[in-house]
Design a protein around this ligand. Structure first.
Ligand SMILES: *[C@@H]1O[C@H](CO)[C@@H](O)[C@H](O)[C@H]1NC(C)=O
Ligand SMILES: *[C@@H]1O[C@H](CO)[C@@H](O)[C@H](O)[C@H]1NC(C)=O
Length: 300
């Protein structure tokens, strides 16, 4: 979502595709309050501790304090891994969307300046989630590379307004959330439905007016995101270009990060020179030389 603010040209040309949901969600109650002098009715289901900046990225029920850059990266990494793994285990179709899809396009990872993650499901999946998995907690266990184990808990919360497939007052464009209960960071899940099947068959839309053709979504492509199996829309390049402009697929510096092609990583500026350059494995010297011929050659 953060990217929207930077690719303003794209936003001007394609307002329907680029309207950042958080901004609209948060602004409405203030405007209404100012005009009518009445206490606005809070129709919003999901609440965040703050407006559309950093604090807009935490669920208010689980927010304790702002997390560091490192903790955010670690949280988002396990958020998406747990979500994709649990959904796959349960055979629930979902795919990555918006800025999360753009991160996948670059290197199969979350872009390090991102604050939240976006996924999509079909409206029928959303209905099923609401009926069967609303307010369920999910344990996710994993083993780190160094052998240590990690365990976290996530909440799947489905917005009761998700049954309504039109935008309404704009306060409930997010249909469901997958929330890290330790700190409140989350994945926004939105449903896509054919809102006008007689006039516009094959056009799928979310409540925030992003539109997709059936053939651009399906068949979904099998891929890997943050190291776990994932799905992306069939015409991911078209979808990304429409939403963020072609420039988003080539621009190599963003929000204080630089794309380093040799590493296939976005590296935070300031870390650029302290990081060791990437050396292909074939050219690396052995850290722990083995005995035998290798050592002999080294000595000679
Ligand atoms: C994760 O580990 C905890 C404790 O070690 C265990 O109680 C739980 O069942 C595990 N969850 C899964 C999904 O394996
Ligand atoms: C999910 O559960 C919460 C808490 O009970 C409830 O407020 C909400 O309406 C439920 N969502 C759906 C889709 O039923």
């Amino acid at each position: 979502m953060q990217l929207n603010h930077l690719f303003t040209l794209g936003a001007l040309l394609l307002p329907a595709f680029a309207a950042p949901s958080e901004v609209i969600e948060e602004r409405d109650p203030m405007t209404r309050q100012g005009k009518s002098h009445q206490k606005p009715v809070d129709t919003k289901y999901f609440h965040e501790p703050g407006g559309n900046d950093e604090l807009g990225h935490y669920d208010i029920r689980y927010f304790k304090e702002s997390v560091s850059y490192e903790e955010r990266g670690d949280t988002l990494h396990h958020l998406i891994r747990s979500y994709l793994t649990v959904f796959r285990e349960k055979n629930i179709e979902t795919w990555v969307a918006h800025g999360t899809l753009l991160g996948w396009w670059w290197n199969g990872k979350i872009m390090p300046w991102d604050w939240d993650l976006d996924t999509q499901v079909s409206a029928s999946t959303l209905t099923w989630l609401g009926e069967n998995l609303n307010m369920t907690f999910h344990n996710y266990n994993w083993t780190n590379e160094d052998g240590t184990e990690g365990q976290r808990e996530f909440l799947l919360d489905v917005n009761p307004n998700s049954a309504e497939r039109v935008r309404g007052d704009g306060m409930n464009v997010i249909d469901a959330r997958w929330i890290d209960v330790r700190n409140g960071l989350f994945i926004d899940i939105t449903g896509l439905s054919e809102t006008n099947p007689s006039m516009q068959p094959g056009i799928w839309s979310c409540k925030n007016f992003h539109r997709y053709r059936t053939r651009d979504l399906y068949p979904l492509r099998e891929t890997v995101f943050e190291g776990v199996p994932a799905l992306v829309p069939y015409s991911f390049d078209k979808i990304l270009t429409e939403e963020y402009s072609a420039r988003a697929l080539t621009k190599t510096s963003h929000e204080g990060h630089h794309w380093v092609p040799e590493q296939k990583e976005w590296v935070r500026q300031g870390n650029l020179h302290s990081r060791k350059p990437h050396v292909p494995r074939s050219l690396q010297t052995e850290e722990n030389p083995k005995s035998g011929l290798g050592n002999l050659l080294r000595v000679l």
